[in-house]
Each structure stands twice: as structure tokens, then as C-alpha cells.
Design a protein. Structure first.
Length: 292
């Protein structure tokens, strides 16, 4: 699903129109300042000269919505979509809110189902919208939220075996030398690593990239050394390397292997002969940290 932020939902972006540049700038300023009366007046004036401008219709509808002019807002939201508004999901989302405000529950659910098909608004944002609270237990609403919630396919859970707070013990040593906290963040879309070995610390973000079907890791430490890896599951282990990403003769490859006892082995290797032979950089065992 396409990326999205709350500011975009609120419609703070402005579409330029050279023919009405100065007037549009004034309308945009009033809208950004949440001067709803001024914005409604300004966009209304713009529409008089360009009645089919989908962006003007949308911003007029949003202003009217905030002013409680629900009938006018409903008509202009619908016309904005008909005229090809660039972000129809925004109009659908706010129109569904308006329907709930005016007691049109069935129309709100139908509009939300259209929103689920077009995407563009995160499910969590929809779920937390005040107007939709009465729908929280509705099966249709739950289905909408699920449809708009990304990172739920099984591929996104392939690295979950690394989640937890771990003691990290290098091979050949009897005690741990670091703590590594691995957590699931941002709705399960990110596996976040926070590594602490005393004077040496670092972190990485790991995520499944649905665009190419690979896992990726971006690592940075307080030593200033960045690492970019790409890969995926191989025989139950997560294997990522920078062979295709780094502009270097040295290839880094890291393998995370889950063990039957719940521990995880992390094996970091490098190659300078295009993968013909490998040298171990780090070989460590992750064991779940004892609770205090």
C-alpha cells in the first residue's frame, strides 16, 4: 500500500493552478491556518471560474465540513471524486466521517468499503478516528481496517524468530558481551535492532520489501560504519548480504539461524573473492535475556 501520513489526510497539500495562482495562494493560506470560513469563501470564488477543478472542490468540501455545512460538503466531496481528484481516498475518508456525523451509518460503511479498495489511508488511522468509534464491533468495519492494514502477509513474519531481548555470547567465550533488543515496530512493518556492547552500540532497521520480495537491513553503529544488506529466508535461516548493494571488493554476509532451544546463531562472514571463500567476522549465540 502507498505511503501515507496524517498531514496528508488532513489535506494540507495544495495543488497549483497557474491561472489562479495568487488567489489560490490566498485560499491555501486560509486553509492551512484553519480559517474555514475564509477558505470556504476563497475556494468558492475559485470554483466560480473553474467549476470542474477537483482539488478546489475537495478543499471547499473540507472547509464546509469543518463549518458544519454538511449537505454542501457532501455534494462537493462526491463531485471532487467524480472530477478525478488526485487522492480520492482522502475524500472517501472524510465523506465517511461526515456520514457518521449525520447519522448515515450504512452510507458510511459503504464509503469505507470503497476506501478499502482504493487504499491510501492506514487502517490504524481509520480505526482511531472518533467518528468511527460506534463501528468498532461491526464486522464490515473490522474488515475495512484489516484490508487497510499493511505488513500482515506471512512474509512479514519471517524474521520474527529474532524478536526478543538477548544476551549475545561470541563463539569460544563463556559469558555474554552484549545485549541486543529486537522489537517489532510500526504495525509489524519493521524489525528494529538496538545493540549495546558497552562502548560499542548500534542499531538496524529490518523490513520485508514487497516491491522485490526481499528482506533488507540498514545498520549503523557509533563507529560510523554503515551496512546495507539484502536477502531472505534460506532453509529456515535469514541470510542477507551486500553483494548487490556495496561498491566494494568485499562482500558481507550475515546468517541468522533459529535453534530448537529458542536461541539464535548470528554468523557474519566476508569474502574478497566473489564468494568463493569466506572469513568469519563474528559468530555469536543469542539467548533470551533472563528477566529481572
Amino acid at each position: 500500500m502507498k505511503s501515507f501520513c496524517a498531514a496528508a489526510i488532513l489535506g494540507l497539500a495544495v495543488f497549483a493552478s497557474p491561472a489562479f495562482a495568487q488567489t489560490e495562494e490566498e485560499a491555501s493560506a486560509k486553509y492551512a491556518e484553519q480559517d474555514w470560513e475564509g477558505a470556504a469563501e476563497a475556494y468558492g470564488a475559485l470554483i466560480e471560474g473553474d467549476s470542474d477543478n477537483a482539488a478546489y472542490l475537495y478543499y471547499l468540501a473540507r472547509s464546509q465540513h469543518e463549518l458544519g455545512q454538511y449537505d454542501e460538503a457532501e455534494r462537493n466531496y462526491e463531485k471532487a471524486v467524480e472530477e478525478g481528484f488526485a487522492n480520492p481516498a482522502f475524500a472517501q475518508y472524510h465523506l465517511a466521517r461526515l456520514y457518521m456525523t449525520t447519522g448515515k451509518k450504512k452510507k458510511a460503511l459503504a464509503m469505507l468499503e470503497q476506501l478499502a479498495e482504493s487504499g491510501g489511508v492506514p487502517g490504524g488511522y481509520v480505526r482511531n478516528t472518533a467518528e468511527f468509534e460506534p463501528l468498532a464491533e461491526e464486522k464490515r468495519f473490522i474488515a475495512v481496517v484489516e484490508a487497510l492494514t499493511p505488513c500482515t502477509d506471512p512474509e512479514y513474519r519471517q524474521f520474527d524468530f529474532w524478536l526478543g531481548t538477548w544476551d549475545v555470547t561470541p563463539a569460544g567465550q563463556s559469558s555474554s558481551t552484549a545485549t541486543n533488543k529486537i522489537s517489532s515496530e510500526h504495525g509489524g512493518c519493521v524489525v528494529l535492532e538496538q545493540y549495546d556492547a558497552g562502548g560499542f552500540t548500534g542499531m538496524s532497521i529490518n523490513f520485508y520489501d514487497s516491491n522485490d520480495g526481499h528482506w533488507r537491513q540498514t545498520w549503523m553503529s557509533n563507529a560510523g560504519a554503515a551496512l546495507y544488506l539484502k536477502g531472505g529466508l534460506e532453509d529456515g535461516a535469514m541470510v542477507m548480504s551486500d553483494k548487490e548493494l556495496a561498491d566494494s571488493d568485499t562482500i558481507n554476509r550475515i546468517t541468522w539461524t533459529p535453534n530448537e532451544d529458542g536461541s539464535v546463531r548470528q554468523h557474519w562472514e566476508t569474502s574478497t573473492d566473489d564468494g568463493t571463500s569466506w572469513t568469519t567476522v563474528f559468530d555469536g549465540l543469542y539467548t533470551k535475556k533472563a528477566k529481572d
